[in-house]
Write a protein that binds this ligand. Structure first.
Ligand code: ADP
Ligand code: MG
Length: 816
């Protein structure tokens, strides 16, 4: 690109400089500056050769300003911004030619392109020493931008100004008064400061404990602002340790307004951080270029970015604070969506997928062989999946279904379709126990149409399902090296049609001959990275991820916006509601009695031991101890089995087998039974230390029972639950709706913990509330429209936005 040339800079510069001298009264141009600018922009836009300068041009809203409506402060900042931009144009025309999209010589030295400087370390700010910077790091603040974006946790409302006579006890209020007397004083047995201030309506005392030095700060006759609560002491009102501020010419920072409360860390003080952020925001916020296209900003009625940042810190009013939050939250959600959508585009549109033909013969034969009929929801979801598989682009679908809704048969049908098309299919589960169970279930389902297969080992073949024998294998970490190698070999040669396994599936040695469909079960246990490694084992295979952790639709679309959504919203008929009870510790004996009675009636029970996050081996030891205790002291007459993640696979399999066969009455286990285990004769789920689990997890445990005809029960024990723990236990007792529980869980734990930020690979959301459905929808709608009209954000007016998406997603971690 050549340098912009032939742009008439001087007249505009002169006008703006005059505007500046006339205190931004919009009095320089007859008819107003807006009109002039519109004409000027029309003549100029096409002449701006550099993408960066053009982006700035749009960011400054030069084509469509609203100067007439702005207040003086906004006008001032805008004029300064435009003058800076004009300087850049001049530099580009005069000296170094600007290159496409890149920073040319002009942005290296001092430049009005404040945006680049925003990513400098905080130490470039005057007064921030390396010592102070090292404290700020603890708040996650490294760059100037981080500091500008260090939003307060909340605001104190000190905006209620009163005269001294109007003050009321116990309310947050502000007075502006004159200091009559200030002295260091003994307050009880502490040293502190005492002042008497007054206004035309009266006098009041204010005291600060432990801060005798303050007395010197408050000189007699100084004007002082006090904000805080007033208490009554011996029928006299007093301000106790109020926020204070001397009236100088400056804006109030600590009093008299909505005052921000920032996160602090050791060695940082409230007033210090407030002063620092105020100073930095005042001088830097206006340099943040607004990356949102003007059109979107107008349509969604959003504040400009610098304005929003300023108002988020020091709002003029409650409504401005809300406006600021809306804008900043929109940004987070919008950028999140754009990133997610561009991933989807990469997968689906830039690489061709494999179109399958759907052989209804195969599907019907399989479905008809099942011992039950599919529910309406299962049938609908299958149709949705088949419609995707037929397309020559990769399916990317999330299948949500309540615990026990029957996702496995749906997945199996899809895997058979893949096999019928001559492709391989893979099903990945988070634990060996679950992978083994899937293997056995699917083998069982297929063997119904089988004319005798090999019923042993980790590879099995079945006739009568496809027109040729179909081969199914189990690949888990605990196989011997020799078995694994043999299996790797057969997978690579295409000798295996369907592989079921754990993480072992995505290890290096595993190469598929022709992977056409990857299914991931219980996807919340996997990160985005693992999902994408499995995909990369094939040439753009179809992807189906399944979860029993249901989240509200809008939220699912936002967070998994790269996936299309199918929901099984219907349980197979005949399922009973599970009775759930949270028992106080002293009722433990009753819980055991109850369990014993159920066993006597021919049922079986689970006992889940506490979650121990530090290590799986400690968790295993705890389970062993609990197993010993229960089998020796509590249930010596019952048949107990033990299951934990550290056992050799063959032992696990034996135990599960015995439990399924009914030769064990009680299965004592670590929380590994959380996902997927299916033993219809089990009717009691007893969870120890239930308060330590998240709601969704408790719901999963509960889903292990109630799979047969009998009434089932979930008993929750908790020694000494915290208030939040109590709230969770109450919720799970009262609700059996997985969606409602997931929502509640989200609310109680926040999105970070709920999704496991480390795993999710999603960028942080700081201002956005995931409960704000209208805003979620708005951001998603705008993101979809924009990705449609400018896929890849290639247009010059979207240059800044593209850069922001790249910036945010880069720090968002493991997104592949
Ligand atoms: P989840 O969705 O939790 O993974 P599963 O696939 O394990 O559920 O299914 C739970 C149980 O319900 C299994 O025993 C399965 O065979 C059974 N099942 C699945 N679909 C139906 C149906 N339509 N009618 C009756 N039982 C079904
Ligand atoms: Mg399942």
């Amino acid at each position: 690109m050549t340098a912009p040339s032939g742009i008439d800079i001087e007249p505009l510069r002169t006008i703006l400089q005059m505007e500046c001298q006339r205190h931004y009264a919009d009095s320089v141009v007859i008819g107003g500056l807006d009109k002039y600018l519109r004409r000027w922009a029309k003549e100029t836009t096409d002449k701006i050769g550099s993408a960066q300068l053009l982006a700035h041009f749009h960011a400054l809203q030069l084509a469509e300003p609203g100067y007439a409506e702005w207040n003086t402060e906004k006008r001032k900042e805008w004029v300064e911004g435009v003058l800076g931009w004009l300087g850049q144009i001049e530099a580009a025309t005069g000296a170094a030619p600007a290159t496409e999209g890149g920073a040319s010589g002009m942005s290296t030295t001092h430049s009005p392109d404040g945006d680049a400087e925003l990513d400098s370390p905080v130490t470039i700010v005057k007064g921030i020493t390396t010592n102070l910077a090292s404290k700020l790091v603890r708040l996650g603040v490294n760059t100037v931008r981080d500091l500008v974006y260090l939003f307060p946790r909340r605001h104190l409302d000190y905006s209620q100004r009163k005269s001294i006579a109007e003050l009321e006890v116990d309310e947050e209020q502000t007075v502006v008064a004159t200091v009559w007397e200030a002295r260091a004083a003994r307050l009880g047995n502490q040293r502190g400061t005492e002042v008497i201030v007054g206004d035309e309506t009266g006098n009041i005392r204010a005291v600060w404990f432990n801060q005798p030095y303050l007395a010197k700060t408050f000189r007699t006759n100084a004007r002082l602002v006090l904000s805080g609560r007033v208490t009554a002491f011996k029928r006299q009102m007093v301000f106790e340790s109020p926020e204070w501020e001397l009236i100088e010419d400056k804006e109030l920072v600590h009093t008299g307004r909505l005052v921000p409360v920032y996160p602090l860390t050791r060695g940082l003080y409230t007033r210090q951080v407030r002063n620092l952020v105020k100073r930095v925001v005042d001088s830097w916020a206006w340099r943040v270029t607004d990356f949102l296209p003007q059109e979107i900003r107008t349509r969604c009625q959003l504040l400009g970015l610098p304005e929003a940042i300023v108002q988020a810190h020091y709002p003029d009013s409650h409504s401005m604070k809300a406006e600021a939050r809306k804008r900043l939250a929109f940004d987070e959600l919008f950028v999140l969506q754009l990133g997610v959508l561009s991933k989807k585009r990469d997968w689906q549109e830039t690489q061709p997928g494999n179109a399958f033909s759907i052989d209804t013969g195969i599907v019907n034969r399989f479905v008809n062989s099942l011992p039950f009929t599919l529910t309406g929801a299962q049938q609908r979801v299958l149709r949705e999946i088949f419609a995707d598989l037929k397309e020559p682009k990769a399916m990317m679908r999330l299948l949500q279904g309540e615990v026990g809704s029957g996702k496995t048969v749906v997945a199996t049908s899809a895997l058979l379709v893949a096999a019928g098309n001559g492709y391989q299919g893979a099903l990945m589960a988070p634990t060996e126990i679950l992978a083994e169970q899937h293997f056995r279930t699917i083998c069982q389902l297929l063997s119904r149409k089988n004319d005798g297969g090999d019923e042993q080992g980790n590879v099995r073949g079945y006739d009568g399902v496809l027109s040729r024998p179909v081969t199914i294998a189990l690949l888990v970490g605990s196989l011997s090296e020799k078995e694994k190698e043999a299996l790797h070999q057969r997978i690579q040669e295409g000798d295996i049609d369907i592989v079921i396994g754990t993480h072992a599936l995505i290890q290096k040695g595993v190469e598929f001959w022709k992977l056409g469909l990857a299914v991931i079960d219980e996807q919340h246990r996997f990160g985005v990275l693992q999902r994408s490694i499995l995909r990369q084992k094939g040439f753009n295979p179809h992807l189906l991820v399944m979860t029993a952790t249901p989240i509200p639709r809008t939220l699912a679309l936002t967070l998994h916006g790269d996936l299309d959504l199918s929901v099984i919203d219907e349980l197979p008929p005949g399922r009973q509601m599970i009775r759930t009870r949270w028992l106080e510790p002293e009722l433990r004996g009753r819980a055991y009695d109850f369990l014993r009675r159920q066993v006597a009636a021919g049922q079986q029970a689970f006992v889940v031991c506490p979650l121990i996050e530090e290590s799986e081996s400690i968790e295993a030891k705890a389970a062993v101890a609990e197993y010993d205790r229960l089998s020796k002291e509590v249930f010596p007459d019952l048949r107990l089995g033990l299951l934990h993640g550290r056992m050799p696979a063959s032992d696990k399999e034996n135990i599960m087998q015995s439990f399924r066969d009914g030769t064990l009455d009680v299965l004592v286990s670590t929380p590994v039974v959380e996902v997927g285990i299916d033993v219809p004769n089990a009717t009691v789920m007893l969870v120890e230390a239930a308060d330590r689990f998240g709601l969704s997890q408790l719901h999963q445990f509960r889903g292990r029972v109630g799979r047969g005809e009998e009434q089932s029960y979930c008993l929750l024990l908790a020694e000494n639950p915290s208030p939040e723990g109590r709230e969770r236990l109450k919720s799970i007792e009262e609700t059996d709706d997985g969606f409602k529980l997931a929502e509640k869980d989200l609310e109680l734990r926040g999105p970070g913990e709920f999704f496991g930020t480390r795993q999710s690979g999603l960028p942080d959301l700081r201002m956005a509330r995931l409960s704000d459905v209208p805003l979620l929808e708005l951001a998603r709608k705008e993101a979809i429209a924009l990705s449609g009209s400018d896929p890849g954000l290639k247009m010059p007016q979207h240059y800044l936005l593209a850069r922001e998406v790249a910036r945010v997603w880069q720090s968002g971690g493991e997104w592949s």
